[in-house]
Design a protein around this ligand. Sequence first.
Ligand code: AHR
Length: 332
Amino acid sequence: MLSRRSFLTGTAIVAVTGATGALAACGKKSTSSGGTGGSKTITLGFSQVGSESGWRSANTDSIKSAAKAAGINLKFSDAQQKQENQIQAIRDYISQKVDVISFSPVVTTGWDTVLKEAQSAKIPVILTDRQVDSDPSLFVTLVGSDFEIEGERAAHLLEKVLQAGSAGAVNIAVLEGTTGSAPAIDRAKGFKKVMDASDPSWKIVVSQTGDFTRDGGKQVMAAFLQSHPEANVLFAHNDDMAIGAIQSIEAAGKKPGTDIKIVSIDGVHDGFVAMTQGKINAIAECNPLLGPQLMETIKSVLAGSSVEKWIKTKESDFMAADAAAALPNRQY
Ligand code: AHR
């Protein structure tokens, strides 16, 4: 089996070859389902991770509105951050004989059996947002971000934040995303890669999951402040955890953004507001507006066209000083 690592590093963007079988099936299927040129409406079964963050709400809205705009019949289910719910939803979509299945996998492992079931039923699977650790021939493509690069971008933003202010020891606390999820694994990896090549004074003093939720960030940060009062930087794997952490930092009588520098990932509305208040110092954007790209990809795949194995999302970086000017134009 090809690992997710070799897929990510070895074949970052390639035309679909591994999914030839799936595409051949799609080619046949597009004749019967109509694809973009036919008259039959495409039915998409979509399994969402949950509703854990502002990013996720924006992603769900984007999927729903893009499906409507594209004339695609969407069957949508929310897995409440549980893999077993996603597997059940995918099995339901297979038995309903949908034309295509898409999902944002809560964790990277444990998908082989259900992906093989979809392949046997000749239903193409398009991943969105997050990667899986399965044989790449079991899915057609991934529409989503490069999380390792996001981790690297966050570390580079921290370099800028530190240049602009504090000196001395850099004691970093990390609020990780959901354990075993692609963004948690890859953002940690990307951040550490830059950190190891950067100033040797950078040290991760504590790192724990806050499960991508505001409440998780709040609780875990409260514990960090007790156990590691020397922490003067927070790297949060998403804005929601950073916002939760800000509440605990303020409750402990410290100033977020000053006593504890904060860098996070996403760029949701509330994250930008926290930047305008100087409470978050910088954000590496992760774009949740994947709906239009996903619908376009679905139509291409069902029409039998080849697509890239990883359709990446365009993203930007923001320092707190840019936030006020950028905020009115943010779409989520
Ligand atoms: O997979 C994307 C991540 O999942 C976002 O960064 C986070 O906010 C979400 O819950």
